[in-house]
Design a protein around this ligand. Structure first.
Ligand SMILES: [Ca+2]
Ligand SMILES: [Ca+2]
Ligand SMILES: [Ca+2]
Length: 172
């Protein structure tokens, strides 16, 4: 139930709900229809150890947020976002004990993740951006280190690895 309330609040924030209008929520078992069009906008899938929450924020009948939760403590494990609603994930967030641990973002919308963010107890420590090779430049990784949320140091290192390997090497 706590997870459900969090989702309701998140959805209200995302859809710009001001709180002045009445909201009829049509809840049927494992799904909720917020806009009353007969199609569920939040659905749940339950497994033995995990459950999933799928959210359609823009009511186009396609999931754009997927949350994976641990059943035992209701803590999130992984969230996948499609923030430009093109049907492809562009942000993936991984959690450790409920804290954001690391994430991948597709910043140039080519459906490949190019930025890695690393956190400690939910606080951003560094990011690494993979910049693909061009005709006159080899691929390189730009690393930005953060202190108290502010970038303090930027370094660029040439790399021979592919972007797929860049992502694989940073996935735990
Ligand atoms: Ca709906
Ligand atoms: Ca959608
Ligand atoms: Ca997308």
């Amino acid at each position: 139930m706590r997870v459900l309330m969090v989702s309701v609040v998140a959805l209200l924030l995302l859809t710009g709900f001001t709180g002045s209008e009445s909201l009829e929520v049509d809840s049927q078992g494992n799904s909720i229809d917020y806009n009353g069009d007969g199609h569920p906008d939040v659905t749940y899938d339950y497994y033995k150890e995990y459950f999933y929450e799928f959210i359609d924020r823009n009511y186009d009948l396609k999931t754009d947020v997927s949350n994976k939760f641990n059943y035992k403590d209701n803590l999130p494990i992984q969230t996948t976002y499609d923030n430009n609603f093109d049907g492809y994930p562009d942000t993936k967030v991984f959690y450790q004990n409920g804290w954001v641990d690391y994430s991948f973002v597709d910043t140039n919308k080519d459906n490949k993740f190019d930025v890695f963010y690393s956190y400690e107890y939910g606080i951003l420590k560094f990011s690494e951006k993979y910049i693909a090779a061009t005709n006159d430049k080899s691929a390189y990784i730009e690393k930005i280190e953060y202190e108290l949320g502010y970038p303090v140091k930027t370094t660029r290192v040439q790399t021979s690895i592919t972007r797929d390997k860049f992502q694989r090497a940073r996935s735990k």
